[in-house]
Design a protein around this ligand. Structure first.
Ligand SMILES: [Ca+2]
Ligand SMILES: [Ca+2]
Length: 147
């Protein structure tokens, strides 16, 4: 009996976005596959051109880690999911350590963590058929409810 919800709120830096998701018992969304990435992109547009996703190489430069379970991004994921030429670790002082998704190009980019972007939280909520589900954040999308 799980329902996954993805929520978008205002534009903040990566650390703030990550904290807000955790405060709501979730985490920044993981996009381990192209399909998941494209699903998220389908909710983005010129008004929401960039979002944070839950991956970064803050701890160790060049080793990207998924926030949800702390697992490293595989070499194949890195090859498939990042835009060509990325991750670049660019920016002032080569400090691009946080992963963002752009709405047009179907690939990820590493960006400066202090950039302010929209973000998507991913959380699992246990529901029963007799319970009403209410969320404070606007629900972006839901997967199927299993009974
Ligand atoms: Ca980096
Ligand atoms: Ca970059």
């Amino acid at each position: 009996m799980f329902r996954e919800n993805l929520d978008i709120v205002s534009q903040v830096n990566y650390y703030h976005a990550s904290d807000l998701c955790r405060e709501n018992q979730g985490h920044l969304v993981s996009t381990r596959t192209t399909e998941k990435m494209q699903l998220i992109q389908s909710f983005m547009n010129a008004d929401i051109p960039n979002i944070w996703i839950g991956a970064n190489d803050i701890q160790q430069e060049g080793t990207f880690v998924w926030e949800d379970d702390g697992s490293p991004m595989t070499a194949q994921q890195q090859l498939e999911l990042f835009r060509p030429g990325e991750p670049s670790d660019g920016g002032p002082g080569n400090t691009e350590d946080c992963v963002s998704l752009y709405y047009r190009i179907p690939n990820l980019n590493d960006a400066t963590c202090h950039s302010t972007y929209a973000f998507v939280c991913e959380m699992q909520i246990v529901v029963t058929s007799s319970q009403a589900v209410s969320l404070e954040l606007p629900v972006l999308l839901s997967s199927s409810i299993q009974d």
